[in-house]
Design a protein around this ligand. Structure first.
Ligand SMILES: [Zn+2]
Length: 268
């Protein structure tokens, strides 16, 4: 009995990987605010890693590695420490000087500030949703063909007050122009709101989410599965908006990143 127990204990020990034998690979060693990186961990990887002050879940891939995306926030420090088990890696963040845009949005009468705040909190929660299955593949498509009116990260001054960095890109378009899903995914949210107007949030899995704001109409509803290129709504100027355009945002575990990162780069 005692010998059997010892053998079981020994075999269990042999099956357990040694602590600290994982290795971390990052898709870039230098980044700027608004970038996204793919972190790959091989060896005896745990189920999550630390990225700056956050814990991010790792997802298993068929090549035996575990991976996750991470977003570099607009207010990121000059370097970000990544740790997984006993393994450490550093990511250098180079902050370019962001431009400034002054906007004058006509005040809307009878705005229900409390309702707008509740809607804002709900959208933030939806954006931070994490689902495990990777629903998209390849690069993102640009949802409308229009030129970029306001790029990502531009510091905004709205009606004389600081509005923070622009968390997405504004694409030019005429009211009614079709808006196509940048990638395959599942519609998490499809509602009319006070600030962002008619808004759609699409989950692509593994922490990647796209948002489409100020739409004039919806072609999908919450829970729908959408394909890359599928028309999900139309360009409009609903909510706090200065004219017809699409506000397109991409989030990685709730961190706003430049959507064009995923248009220009297939991380796999
Ligand atoms: Zn915008």
């Amino acid at each position: 009995m005692k010998l059997g127990f010892r053998l079981m204990a020994l075999s269990a020990f042999m099956l357990l990987p040694l602590a600290g034998t994982c290795s971390i690979t990052i898709s870039s060693s230098t980044v700027k605010p608004g970038d996204a990186v793919l972190i790959s961990v091989s060896g005896s990887a745990p189920t999550n890693l630390r990225f700056g002050g956050k814990t991010l879940p790792l997802f298993s891939y068929s090549d035996g590695t575990k991976k996750c995306f991470a977003g570099i926030s607009l207010d990121a420090n000059a370097s970000i420490q990544i740790s997984c088990g006993n393994e450490l890696a550093m990511l250098a963040v180079i902050a370019p000087v962001a431009g400034t845009e002054k906007l004058r949005i006509p005040a809307k009468e009878h705005v229900d500030e409390a309702k707008a705040a509740v809607e804002h909190d709900r959208i933030l929660k939806v954006i931070a949703t994490v689902s495990g299955e990777k629903l998209w593949s390849g690069k993102f498509d640009i949802p409308v063909p229009g030129v970029v009116k306001t790029p990502f990260g531009v510091n905004r001054v709205v009606n004389g007050l600081p509005g923070g960095g622009h968390r997405g890109v504004d694409l030019a378009g005429a009211a009614g122009d079709p808006v196509k899903s940048a990638a395959a995914g599942r519609v998490l949210y499809c509602e009319k709101t006070i600030a962002s107007g008619n808004s759609i949030v699409v989950d692509h899995g593994q922490g990647i989410v796209n948002v489409y704001f100020h739409l004039s109409s919806f072609n999908v509803k919450e829970g729908d599965i959408v394909e890359k290129g599928q028309v999900i709504g139309a360009v409009g100027s609903t909510g706090f908006s200065t004219g017809p355009h699409l506000h397109w945002g991409t989030y990685v575990f709730g961190v706003s990143v430049d959507p064009f990162i995923f248009v220009t780069k297939d991380f796999f």
